[in-house]
Every structure is written in C-alpha cells, then in structure tokens.
Ligand binder design. Sequence first.
Ligand SMILES: Nc1ncnc2c1ncn2[C@@H]1O[C@H](COP(=O)(O)OP(=O)(O)O)[C@@H](O)[C@H]1O
Ligand SMILES: O=C(O)C1=C[C@@H](OP(=O)(O)O)[C@@H](O)[C@H](O)C1
Ligand SMILES: [Mg+2]
Length: 171
Amino acid sequence: MNNIILIGFMGSGKTSIGTLLARKLSYDFMDTDQLIEKRAGKSIKEIFALDGEEHFRKMETDEILSMQDYLQHTVLSVGGGLPIRTGNAEILRKLGTVVFLKAHIDTLKARLAGDTKRPLLSGEEWDKKVTLLLQSREPVYENAAHLIITTDSKCFEEILDEILEKIVEPI
Ligand SMILES: Nc1ncnc2c1ncn2[C@@H]1O[C@H](COP(=O)(O)OP(=O)(O)O)[C@@H](O)[C@H]1O
Ligand SMILES: O=C(O)C1=C[C@@H](OP(=O)(O)O)[C@@H](O)[C@H](O)C1
Ligand SMILES: [Mg+2]
C-alpha cells in the first residue's frame, strides 16, 4: 500500500496540500473533483445543477472503485462529501493511508468565505450549512482516518512535514 488519501471538510486544504505532497514525494497527484469534471466535461457546479447531487455522489464512488485496479504511488485528494457515502470510507482505507486534515470551524469559514465553486455553499445561509454539515461529518472523517492532522494556524510546509513524520507505512 503506497498511496496517501487526504480527506476532510471543504476548505481543509486537501487539494492544495495533496498537490504539494505529491510533488515532494515525486508521486502522482489525483483529485476526485478534477477527475469527475474531466470525465463529465463540466464543472462540479454544473453537475449539481444539471444532473443532481446524487448523480455526483455516484460518480465519486465509481471513481474510487475503479482506482482499486490501478492506484499506485499517488497522493489522492477526495471531495469533502466522499467519505460520507456508505461504503466509501472502507474503499479509501483499502486504497492507502487515509489522512484527515482537521480544521476548526472558524478556520474553515474564513477559508470558504466568498467561494463560488462549491455548490453546497451557495446561498446566504452558507455558514449555517457549514456548521451543520461539519457537525455530522467530523465523526465520520475521524473514523475513516488512519491519521489525523490538525491544520489550524499551520502553513502548508508545516502540514507536509507533519504528515511525512507521522505516516507509519514505508513509502
Ligand atoms: N493551512 C492553510 N493555510 C492557509 N490557507 C489554506 C490552508 N489550507 C487551505 N488553505 C486555503 O483554503 C482554500 C481551500 O483549500 P483547498 O485546497 O481547495 O481545500 P479542499 O480541497 O480541502 O476543499 C484555498 O484557498 C487554500 O489556499
Ligand atoms: O463537501 C462536499 O460535499 C463537496 C466538496 C467539494 O470538494 P472539496 O472538499 O475539495 O471542496 C466538492 O466535491 C463538492 O463541491 C462537494
Ligand atoms: Mg478540493
């Protein structure tokens, strides 16, 4: 098992840190949102609007199921909702070392303010949605993870170093 999977809430830094970590390790980088956008030929926002969230969730599961056949030496960032769907966390844990990038709600809200790409945050009540979603999702992330890294007040380099220090698997 030589893959690293980053999970966590929207804004926890999965895509940014995944990109940097892969570069540092000379691993491939993949991000389920990017793969799905490419496959569908439209943005996540358009998929939600035109096909519905359930269709998107099915695409997420299909993506990680197919990875079981090929994923190697890869840092994989997954969308914030992916580990929540029944069965997905188990698939992720088989794919590699699952790292939960944890952040305080205030940190997440500050990072997500003004976002226009994430359909779940559209509308005026977005910060209330963040509070409710985070409450329900955090225990799922904690259960799914082999390793939890808190990211509040840490720069990217500090987070990368901590992940590499704490990962037990030889990589
Ligand atoms: N540790 C951090 N320090 C400063 N900014 C961060 C940190 N982690 C994430 N960000 C910022 O938060 C935003 C969301 O990051 P992103 O990597 O897209 O998160 P995710 O993929 O988990 O939704 C980006 O603007 C990113 O630069
Ligand atoms: O939390 C979620 O349900 C989602 C998170 C997003 O990815 P990030 O976690 O990378 O923002 C993206 O998959 C989609 O907007 C739905
Ligand atoms: Mg992302």
